[in-house]
Design a protein around this ligand. Sequence first.
Ligand code: ATP
Length: 276
Amino acid sequence: TRNTRKIQVSQVSTSFQDIGGQQTAKNELKEALEFILKPEVINRLGIRPLKGILLTGPPGTGKTLLAKAAAQYTESVFLSASGSEFVEMYAGVGAQRVRQLFQDARNLARKEGKSSAIIFIDEIEVMAGKRGSNQSHLEYDQTLNQLLVEMDGMPVHGDDVRILVMAATNRVDLLDQALMRPGRFDRLVRVDLPDREGRLSILRLHTRNKPLDANADLDTIARETFGFSGAHLESVCNEAAILAMRDNAEFITTHHLRQAVDKVMLGERMDRTLRH
Ligand code: ATP
């Protein structure tokens, strides 16, 4: 049916330790999550509760992983959706989906006996672009308004399920400023491309369950992959394993990894050429 939703409910098994690098983002996020972990303290001090966190940065840097880790860290149920799922031709459908998503979060948390839910919305700029700037702006506006209504209306005290909305975008410049007002997405966490050390720890994570040659030099690979995202590095590790298989090799060597880097870099360049 037209109303079938692609909202994903997943059993979360990602922890902050499964995310390489991103130390600043992890620290900022953990600090913000105190709001969920210590509601009594927040209440007692009369602090305005945290409702939304916006993760910004290039694609493939671990924004989704961070949201999942946040859910595990706070023992919250985790629901995710993409901004594009709320864009519909028919007026009101997008807004209805937003309403349903929040209802689903409450229901799921109650069912699982959890006191909080994290809703992750990827590519939020698609549904929450500056109002009036879209072609069929009316429908977009309704959808965005509904998101703001849900966030403004979220109960902040009492026994009801606490909901934290985490949204990700790589185009923060496109967002409607109304999203960033106090009480909405008032925390912004930058998730940048990993530095050399970050790349090394991501390479370590993605080779930990692979037969890596004792002499394989991940340090060098980390040094030679400036500009790679976590997603790229994951591909490098996977490609290297495929190349080792082709060689009938028992272990993955630096040579395989280097070839894989070239392959991923080439793929990325082809991608760009095709896009432009
Ligand atoms: P997008 O903006 O494209 O949705 P994203 O920032 O949400 O990207 P993720 O979906 O979290 O990126 O990452 C994609 C994949 O890349 C992950 O499943 C993981 O395999 C790998 N990856 C990305 N960043 C990291 C990281 N910091 N540590 C380990 N793996 C990572």
